[in-house]
Design a protein around this ligand. Structure first.
Ligand SMILES: [Zn+2]
Length: 312
């Protein structure tokens, strides 16, 4: 009887489903919402959700169309209370109010957002004023703060001087966010690095080549670098765009210099989309790691992929 019981247990153990590698949740993941820029050609404006241990936690930019993608992908917003804005151009912030609207409706209790974005200059308000203009007491959508649940907005304006250095803005339960100032023409801008359980992803935001040294410092040895790629190498894009964006050759050099494990190109412009092979070759002139082009709904686990792993 005992022998029969042991043999039954052995059979049962052999038949029990084993945890497959694919069942193990990556500690840090990136979910694309929008991989485009200001042009309307099918891609949503720039926006990502960062997942920690499988749970959506951070909204990175809120370009137009993010709201629709959140619904299409059935993303659970209940714990997305951190918002990182790289800059305040419309193609990165147009859906911020709609995000607050949708997030509030997922909650039974008060919601406290922490919003980070650049300080103001010239035509661009600082991020705290931007949020106030949207959802403050006298803002465009002042009703939002009490729409469903009570919402509070803790907004931090980040330094925009290129000499400021790397600043840690979130450090809780192993989730760390660092940022550094970049440069995007006359629009104040910053880049972010998110780290959790030894994995790191860096978002360049929109930046011209004058800020590459800062980006390289922030991205040092990161597993994944998401670099916005909105122009072709000179002279193939309008010259004024090089005062706003970094061309592929310099993106490749930055990826190589920072030693990142994997490069994802986002904020794709129509001419970049049409010249994918040229862009890829330009980047591989210096960077030997894997290079991918973002799509709106793609989801990527943040993990190191050794350089030389790409298929030429
Ligand atoms: Zn943009």
């Amino acid at each position: 009887m005992k022998a029969l019981l042991i043999s039954c247990l052995t059979v049962a153990a052999a038949m029990a489903p084993r945890a497959k590698a694919s069942d193990v949740k990556p500690s840090l993941e990136v979910q694309g919402l929008g991989s485009g820029g200001p042009r309307a050609f099918g891609r949503a404006g720039s926006s990502y959700i960062v997942l920690v241990d499988g749970t959506p936690r951070i909204l990175l930019d809120a370009g137009p169309g993010a709201f629709v993608r959140i619904g299409e992908l059935n993303i659970d917003l209940r714990r997305v209370d951190i918002v990182l804005l790289t800059h305040l151009h419309i193609d990165h912030s147009g859906d911020l109010a709609t995000f607050f609207n949708a997030r509030a409706l997922t909650s039974d209790g008060p919601v406290k957002y922490r919003v980070f974005g650049p300080d103001g200059a010239g035509l661009f308000p600082k991020t705290s004023r931007f949020v106030d203009l949207l959802v403050g007491d006298n803002g465009l959508f002042g009703y939002q703060k009490t729409f469903g649940v009570r919402e509070t907005f803790e907004v931090r304006d980040l330094a925009i001087n290129l000499n400021t250095g790397i600043t840690k803005i979130v450090d809780e339960n192993g989730l760390v966010v660092d940022e550094i100032a970049t440069h995007h023409g006359d629009c104040p801008s910053v880049a972010y690095r998110i780290t959790y359980k030894g994995k790191s992803v860096v978002f360049s935001g929109d930046m011209d080549a004058s800020a590459v040294a800062n980006l390289v410092r922030l991205a040092k040895s990161a597993d994944l670098l998401i670099f916005n790629c909105a122009v072709l190498d000179p002279p193939n894009s309008p010259s004024q765009l090089y005062e706003l964006h970094t061309p592929p050759k310099k993106i490749g050099a930055a990826a190589r210099e920072s030693g990142v494990g994997h490069l994802l190109l986002s904020h794709i412009a129509p001419d970049v989309e049409e010249s994918e092979n040229d862009v890829r070759n330009s980047i591989h002139a210096s960077y030997t790691g894997p290079v991918e082009f973002a799509t709106d709904r793609m989801r990527i686990a943040v993990e190191y992929r050794p350089q030389g792993a790409h298929q030429p």
